[in-house]
Structure formats: structure tokens, C-alpha cells
Design a binder for this molecule. Structure first.
Ligand code: SF4
Ligand code: SF4
Length: 306
């Protein structure tokens, strides 16, 4: 099969974090030396695989914890960023680590999905890191979990961040009725796309790029369509990945996570995010165009929510 480009969402075994957010469902593990070594081997194998592919690649690291505090992940990103066939690299991070590794990276290809965690870090410190990214010319988005109790922090963060930085809010999904109409208006004033994340979309049978233009890969090479569909589609180390890709309708009843539903054909999120899709950074031209943003909100609204 001819393939121009593939996005790979990589999640290795690493599952520790230097923070302890009460709302975090994972990252409660402390790795042994042997587990760190296994994670390092898996990462090195993945980087070697990425280097060897004959088509363009974008890679999004979505660790079970915080990976960017580990020099091996910093070096892997820097190394991948310098490869000519890498289009975009993104990583979810709490932005607590040193950013010196960016000195060795091709910054034009890097986008950071930086999440601010109130209670774990002072907002000033987080903002200092954001300012450092701006000074280095690195693209990033900033996000916060929209938990009640975070609202003032979120608004203060919006006021303090430069206007060119997108501040997204992930809905705290604990069941219907968590947000009042006033809450929705308040959070929507900070993140105009917030309402898109408040829904759980009814996705069974809908065309989705997961498994065709984007796949999720584990440390041992197991490939899945996305993080949310358990059934593997193959293994990138024992098979030619191009043979694993084909259009498929979603087999799950619903999809509620941004890193999943943005690949739904009917949502066409790429129209808003462009090459910032993986790091959740909207295309500045679209961001400035109210009509195109409204069209995206409308497409999301037309997708049936559960
Ligand atoms: S920073 Fe992220 S991975 Fe770490 S505890 Fe908080 S939510 Fe979990
Ligand atoms: S809609 Fe979500 S769950 Fe379904 S295939 Fe796409 S990413 Fe996976």
C-alpha cells in the first residue's frame, strides 16, 4: 500500500510521575531499575523503527505518567525531530522538566501538550516554563482539567498566558449534571472549544482515521487503532505497518477523549488544528476566523452525544 504519512501515538511501559494529581487514574507506579531499563529498550526500539520508515511520520507520546523528566525521552524527541521524514512530534507533559534538551532539537517540528495541574505546581512556575517555550520559539498548547475548584486558577492562567497560546479545558467527566449552565458559559469564555470536550460521542459505525491514518503503539510494538479499542491490529516490529492500515468504522459505542474523536472523519478536526492536531494547537488562521470555529462547533454538535 502507498503511504505518504502516518501518525503514531506511542505509549511505552513508563507509568510513573513526579506529580500526584488526585484526579489522575494512572501514574501511581514507581519503576524499579529493571523496569526503567525495559522502558528505555522499548523506546530505543521504537525510535529505530521510526528512523527506518520510508514514509513521513508524526509521533505523539502519550505516556501513562510523566516521560519528559526522563533524559531518554528528551533525547528521543530531539533525535526524531532532526529526521527529514518526521513532520510533527508531540508529547503530553506537565512541563516540570528542564527544557535544555530543546537545544538539540529541530524546534519547528515539536509541539508540547502542556497540562497545568493546580495543587501540584505554583501557577507562576508553570508560566515561567511557558515563557521559556516562547523565548525558544517552541509551539505548545496549555490545558487544565475543568474540575470545580479549578475555575479561578483557569481564568487567572488565561489572563496571564500570551494571547497566541491556546488554553484548552478538559471536561471533568463524572456524569451528567456536573456543570451548571453558568459553569459552561464561564469555561466556554476561556476555551471556545470547551463544549466539544463535554460530550461523549456515539461513534459506533462512524468512519474514523484511527487504524488508517493514525495508530496507537505500545512498547512491545503492539498496534491498535487507538488507545480505546483493545483489540490489536498487528505488531509494527513483526509486520509491515502499511499492511495493518485500512479504513474501518469505529467499533466502540462512544468516544469521549480529544486524542480519539479528533480523528473522526465527520468532525474534521484537522480543519481547525492543521499540523498542530497532535499537540492540540489550533491553526492561528482558523483560530482568528470565527466562522470556521463555529462550523467546527456545529459539526461536533451534529455528532450524536450519548
Ligand atoms: S501530571 Fe499527569 S500523569 Fe502526572 S499525576 Fe498529574 S495527571 Fe497524572
Ligand atoms: S472514534 Fe474514538 S474509539 Fe472510535 S476508532 Fe476513533 S479514536 Fe477509536
Amino acid at each position: 500500500m502507498e503511504l505518504d504519512h502516518l501518525s503514531v501515538i506511542y505509549r511505552g511501559p513508563l507509568s510513573s510521575c513526579n506529580y500526584a494529581c488526585p484526579y489522575c487514574p494512572f501514574a501511581k507506579h514507581t519503576e524499579s531499575a529493571a523496569e526503567h531499563a525495559a522502558d528505555a529498550r522499548a523506546l530505543a526500539r521504537f525510535v529505530a523503527w521510526a528512523e527506518a520508515q520510508p514514509f513521513d511520520l508524526s509521533v505523539f507520546f502519550t505516556p501513562w505518567g510523566e516521560a519528559l523528566v526522563r533524559p531518554r525521552y528528551q533525547q528521543a524527541l530531539a533525535r526524531l525531530s532532526r529526521l527529514p521524514h518526521i513532520r510533527q512530534l508531540a508529547i503530553q507533559t506537565n512541563l516540570s522538566s528542564s527544557l535544555k534538551w530543546l537545544n538539540d532539537a529541530d524546534k519547528s517540528r515539536i509541539g508540547l501538550w502542556a497540562t497545568y495541574h493546580p495543587g501540584e505546581v505554583k501557577q507562576e512556575r508553570f508560566l515561567t516554563r511557558c515563557a521559556e517555550l516562547d523565548a525558544r520559539g517552541v509551539r505548545y498548547s496549555v490545558g487544565v482539567v475543568g474540575k470545580k475548584g479549578h475555575f479561578e486558577d483557569i481564568e487567572a492562567l488565561r489572563a496571564a498566558l500570551p494571547t497566541h497560546v491556546y488554553l484548552w479545558i478538559n471536561a471533568f467527566k463524572v456524569g451528567a449534571g456536573y456543570y451548571s449552565a453558568h459553569d459552561l458559559t464561564r469555561l466556554g469564555a476561556v476555551d471556545p472549544l470547551f463544549e466539544v470536550n463535554t460530550r461523549r460521542y456515539r461513534t459506533r459505525g462512524l468512519p474514523c482515521g484511527a487504524g488508517e491514518t493514525v495508530i496507537s503503539v505500545e512498547g512491545d510494538g503492539t498496534a491498535r487503532r487507538c488507545h480505546f479499542i483493545e483489540r490489536p491490529i498487528g505488531n509494527i516490529y513483526t509486520q509491515d505497518v502499511r499492511e495493518l492500515l485500512r479504513p474501518r468504522p469505529c467499533s466502540r459505542a462512544s468516544c469521549e477523549c480529544h486524542i480519539g474523536y479528533v480523528h473522526l472523519s465527520e468532525l474534521d478536526a484537522a480543519q481547525v488544528y492543521g499540523d498542530g492536531l497532535l499537540a492540540r494547537i489550533p491553526d492561528p488562521a482558523v483560530w482568528a476566523d470565527r466562522e470556521r470555529l463555529e462550523a467546527y462547533l456545529e459539526r461536533a454538535q451534529n455528532l450524536q452525544a450519548t
